[in-house]
Design a binder for this molecule. Structure first.
Ligand code: NI
Length: 129
């Protein structure tokens, strides 16, 4: 599977956008407030490289604890797949644990995404092409 984006937990979206700009990243589209997942999302791009900045919307946010422990840091890699159902099955058979529902990602044109975890890999996300 090819990489779609790297998910990067940040405390403050605007501060991080400003810093990533100095590394050559530009913002694409608008930031999205995702009330379903309690996160604020901004995609930024540098050539072919896509980073998803994810900031907490509130204390219930899935990145709140991570930020407390590690500070700003990359925390998931998202892969694109032609066949979401089959890929989930294959990964499940390979020891990955599905840790989210299938969600429509407002920041990626409402494409469906899902998160999986395996101890020796960490957190990955799948997005349908
Ligand atoms: Ni992501």
């Amino acid at each position: 599977m090819k990489i779609h984006h790297i998910g990067y937990a940040v405390k403050n979206i605007e501060d991080s956008i400003n810093e990533f700009k100095k590394l050559g990243y530009i913002t694409i589209e608008n930031k999205i407030v995702d009330n379903q997942r309690n996160v604020i999302i901004q995609f930024i791009k540098n050539g072919d490289y896509l980073i998803e900045l994810v900031a907490p919307l509130n204390k219930e946010s899935p990145v709140t604890n991570l930020l407390k422990k590690q500070g700003n840091s990359p925390y998931h890699i998202c892969y694109k797949t032609d066949n979401l159902k089959k890929e989930i099955e294959d990964l499940d058979n390979n020891g990955f644990v599905v840790i989210s529902n299938l969600l429509e990602a407002p920041a990626i044109n409402n494409k469906r995404v899902i998160f999986l975890y395996k101890e020796d890999i960490g957190l990955i996300e799948l997005v349908e092409k």
